[in-house]
Ligand binder design. Structure first.
Ligand code: SF4
Ligand code: SF4
Length: 364
């Protein structure tokens, strides 16, 4: 037996470069019960992957016990991706001709790969440990099962992160750790091992409502409740085609994602910088020039954003977002570029350029 297996897993997580590691049991936690009505009300927008169902028609993400009946515990790991660069709420006010890419997307390596590589080292170590001592019976059915996920698993990671003691779920819906703040990538390993779980972290939001007040599109409709269809992250990354007119001005100069509800969080005021070299930013992605993005062509997009989460928005989406940001910039120097873009071969870019031009001309 390995009574100290959780300790060994946590030590291994630390050795592979994770800042935090905890263990959650597999349960139908209360936080998961709000997920089906959220989907039923269409608050996930066009994110169809969220409504994936099992063969009985139940939403996969609502119950891990149904989609992975062999799983007994979830190892949740977190790594800090913060860097010493200013927050969008500071940087954006200075240079009107520049946009904002969410800080999680600045890094040289896609975080999915960086986190998965570390999870697999933990998996290897677990197998080695259990093999070395013939302790496979520790796992249910005498068969050790391990499955690692970074964002793509049939579970809502932050709920398990909470019950693993990584942090609490803030009113902005992010996992917040008392020491590290909320700039955290999460990775999980589902396991058939019955491991001693941690305790959930206490909620430390208190009476604060800064994130709710600061959200420019009022996407946090109640504490901890997000209407993704209003969220700039969703609009700039997941939404294809036209952005609803009434939401465009609230998007400001965000061209990929939005950090505002984390920037304003007091728990991020002294968030330390990461020690993981992979998350050092590519300077060109910090506060990028809007006209550069709006006029980008496929070949350059492919080269600049190779291995970057920004690829998810696709070139058309990124250019559309940059054009909206130019309209919101108040910077008249964009008028000639926008006039040219009104004739762009991409009809989505052209339509948004007409909107941006009209918005700029309304400004005195
Ligand atoms: S990411 Fe931006 S738009 Fe979305 S909830 Fe946070 S502040 Fe609002
Ligand atoms: S800004 Fe305030 S309410 Fe929002 S997540 Fe941070 S502590 Fe909680």
């Amino acid at each position: 037996m390995f009574p100290d297996l959780p300790t060994r897993i946590k030590r291994c997580a630390r050795d592979t470069g994770f800042d935090l590691c905890g263990i959650a049991p597999v349960r139908d936690f209360g936080e998961l019960r709000v997920f089906p009505p959220w989907i039923a009300h269409g608050k996930h927008g066009e994110m169809k992957y969220m409504q994936a169902r099992d063969e009985t028609g139940e939403l996969k993400r609502a119950s891990l016990a149904r989609v992975a009946p062999w799983a007994r515990s979830v190892v949740v790991c977190a790594i800090n991706y913060n860097t010493a660069h200013p927050y969008s709420t500071q940087a954006q006010t200075q240079e009107t001709s520049r946009g904002w890419i969410s800080r999680y997307a600045w890094s040289r390596e896609d975080y999915h790969d960086a986190v998965m590589r570390r999870l697999q080292k933990i998996e290897d170590e677990l197998r080695r440990l259990l093999d070395a001592t013939g302790n496979r019976p520790l796992a249910t059915g005498n068969c050790l099962q391990l499955r690692s996920y970074v964002d793509t698993g049939p579970l809502i990671e932050r709920v398990y992160a909470k019950y693993a003691g990584i942090g609490w779920i803030g009113k902005n819906t992010c996992i917040i750790n008392q020491q590290l703040g909320s700039w955290l990538f999460l990775g999980v390993i589902l396991t058939s091992l019955e491991l001693t779980a941690g305790l959930p972290a206490p909620d430390r939001c208190g009476t604060c409502t800064r994130c709710i007040t600061a959200c420019p599109t009022r996407a946090i409709v109640a504490p901890g409740k997000l209407d993704a269809r209003l969220c700039i992250s969703y609009l700039t990354i997941e939404k294809r085609g036209e952005i609803p007119n009434e939401l465009r001005s609230g998007m400001g100069r965000h061209v990929f994602g939005c950090d505002i509800c984390q920037d304003v969080c007091p728990w991020n005021r002294k968030a330390p910088a990461t020690s993981a070299a992979e998350f050092e930013p590519r300077e060109v992605l910090v506060n990028p020039a809007l006209d550069w993005l709006a006029e980008m062509r496929q070949e350059e997009f492919r080269v600049v954003f190779r291995g970057s989460p920004v690829q998810r928005a696709k070139l058309s989406g990124l250019r559309r977002n940059a054009v909206i940001a130019m309209g919101n910039s108040g910077d008249k120097k964009f008028v000639p570029t926008l006039k040219k873009l009104c004739e762009d071969s991409d009809p989505v870019v052209a339509e948004h350029a007409r909107w941006a031009l009209a918005r700029l001309s309304q400004e005195s």
